[in-house]
Design a protein around this ligand. Structure first.
Ligand code: FBP
Length: 554
């Protein structure tokens, strides 16, 4: 059952519950909601669920009938530490609500719901996965319920299983899908409520209602440990630069959090690059400058650069190229195997000389990665694009050019620039299934219970939300927020679709400004910080990521 002593010992950890969730609750309706933007379109697409009020849970005498509930749960999208605790939290709530309640776990993401493929969750499964990483109890997937056939199959599953509720644990795209399924159930009068749960290590599912998504805290702790280890190696061997690319799709939240934790020499922030319209060659020069400065001022041949996974989406020249690729994909939706020659022809047709030159100058490996098809939600598969390697290749070219301009054959700079050594790393999948931190264990357990309370109160189309997360768990506030309140229209694969708006790094926000204030001294000095592994006991066991602390302070 348990593969290591630590798994066994973690499974015994008992997350404290917020006071409000300990007994029976009252669900009060607050102010009604609208959406983030494009009100008319969203209203039209979600006529039944648009504009519902916020639901606040408070402790009190519940008027809810104690009848058994049959609920389905599904994990959707990329794994994030803590997912199992949402399932266990919900299971424990349901059993407490009525001992004949049942929880079905649909397998392999939303496709499991479409195919009516599930397991029944029991107390043994819960004990074996409580406080442990991974999504393997059910598996996950990136399928969407978008076509009429899939919607019909989903309705059939809900009716066949006699489900009172369906809980969808996912990121922005999966929760958008939860809103779509809810609307479809309401339209067809299927008596199955739909509740979403905010998951993603990326940290971009945060907004005026959601303080953070679960998984971000643990994933950034795992990456920070690895970065700290690399930094200590830097200080020891003093001969390599390390380019560390960190997961997080488009937003740079993960990279920013790990920078605040470990103090690398340079962080590239996608959102800044977009705002200032910084071209690719300028980024390369920026990195080369710091490499030269560290060598010339401190004889330092080493350093650490943090690169967000989605950087490429923000670089204006690459953005233009990627938009062209999307346009090309959209021009023939059936074609799957697009080749470099197709793109070059397309760019010639569009008279886009700049994108053509950029594409042709790229190393072969990278250009073919740009042509990989998009995920079912229309997202560029940035985890497969090796931006770190592209930057290493480009920086080396620039440094050699700089070396050629140094006349003195005996110059130490000339020798160093010609022989500059760099290692590239990609930390992504390493962080998605780690042992959840105490914070994520507690948060996910509370989210599971909150989802249960919302279902028991007959609510639908809401996301389970837990707030005041920097306070002691006892004081956390739990509610349900209509998912439609977070929607807007966005262009994906050349088509406008309703989606939850992702929150990118706010360049006026505290986390970014804190990093900016220190960036010069971190650049030239070695103020590296080594965090070590996640701690589950002792004074640091309940530490919370800096992004959340800074966002909530003041
Ligand atoms: P979610 O948004 O579904 O949580 O996924 C996040 C993520 O881990 C991204 O950071 C990454 O770009 C992507 O998943 C990788 O996807 P895949 O698992 O399909 O390779």
């Amino acid at each position: 059952k348990f593969t290591s002593p630590l798994e066994w010992s973690r499974s015994r950890y008992q997350p404290p519950l917020p006071k409000v969730l300990k007994g029976s609750t009252v669900a009060t309706e607050g102010e009604s909601t609208t959406c983030v933007e494009h009100v008319d379109q969203i209203k039209k697409l979600f006529p039944k669920s648009f504009g519902k009020p916020i639901i606040k849970l408070t402790a009190g005498e519940s008027k809810v009938q104690k009848k058994p509930l049959k609920v389905g749960i599904v994990l959707s999208g990329g794994p994030a530490p803590g997912g199992h605790n949402v399932i266990v939290g919900l299971y424990r709530f349901l059993k407490k609500h009525h001992r004949d309640s049942k929880l079905l776990g649909f397998k392999g993401g939303l496709l499991g719901v479409v195919k009516n493929d599930f397991i029944e969750i029991d107390s043994e499964k819960c004990t074996n996965s409580f406080n442990l990483g991974g999504f393997h109890m059910l598996g996950t997937g990136r399928d969407k319920i978008d076509s009429e056939e899939k919607k019909e199959a989903t309705r059939k599953t809900a009716v066949k299983q006699n489900l009172n509720g369906l809980v969808i644990i996912g990121g922005d795209d999966s929760n958008t899908n939860a809103a779509v399924v809810c609307e479809d159930f309401l339209k067809h009068e299927i008596p199955c409520q739909v509740i979403g749960v905010p998951k993603t290590i990326d940290g971009d599912l945060q907004n005026e209602y959601i303080e953070t998504s679960f998984g971000f805290d643990t994933a950034t702790k795992v990456y920070s440990e690895l970065i700290g280890n690399i930094m200590m190696d830097c200080l020891s061997s003093r001969k390599y630069w390390h380019f560390v690319r960190l997961m997080g799709r488009s937003a740079s939240h993960i990279a920013l959090e790990c920078t605040l934790q470990t103090h690398p020499n340079l962080l590239l922030v996608g959102e800044f690059i977009e705002k200032r319209n910084v071209k690719f060659i300028q980024i390369v020069n920026m990195i080369a400058d710091i490499i030269c400065k560290r060598f010339e001022k401190g004889n330092k041949k080493y350093g650490v650069v943090i690169i967000p996974e989605g950087l490429i989406l923000f670089i204006p020249d690459f953005k233009q190229l990627l938009d062209r690729i999307d346009e090309m994909f959209g021009s023939d939706k059936k074609k799957k195997d697009w080749k470099s020659e197709d793109l070059i022809k397309y760019l010639e047709e569009k008279k886009d000389k700049e994108s053509k030159v950029l594409f042709q100058e790229l190393p072969k490996g990278i250009s073919s990665q740009l042509l990989l098809t998009r995920d079912p939600h229309g997202n560029v598969d940035v985890s497969k694009i090796e931006t770190g390697k592209l930057l290493k290749w480009s920086v080396r070219k620039i440094l050699r050019k700089r070396a050629r301009n140094i006349q003195d054959e005996y110059s130490t700079s000339k020798k160093y620039f010609n022989n500059w050594s760099c290692m590239t790393h990609f930390f992504g999948y390493e962080g998605r299934c780690g042992f959840p931190s105490n914070f994520d264990c507690n948060y996910c357990n509370a989210l599971g219970h909150t989802a249960g309370h919302l279902l028991a109160h007959g609510k639908t189309g809401a996301m389970a939300v837990v707030r005041n997360l920097t306070d002691p768990v006892e004081k956390w506030v739990c509610s349900g927020i209509p998912i439609t309140a977070m929607l807007n229209m966005e262009k994906r694969l050349a088509t406008w679709r309703p989606v939850i708006r992702k929150t990118l790094v706010d360049l006026k926000g505290r986390p970014y400004k804190t990093m900016l204030r220190r960036s010069n001294e971190w650049g030239l000095n070695d103020y590296y910080r080594s965090l070590g592994p996640i701690q589950f006991e002792g004074f640091n066991a309940n530490s919370i990521c800096k992004t959340l602390m800074l966002n909530q302070s003041g």
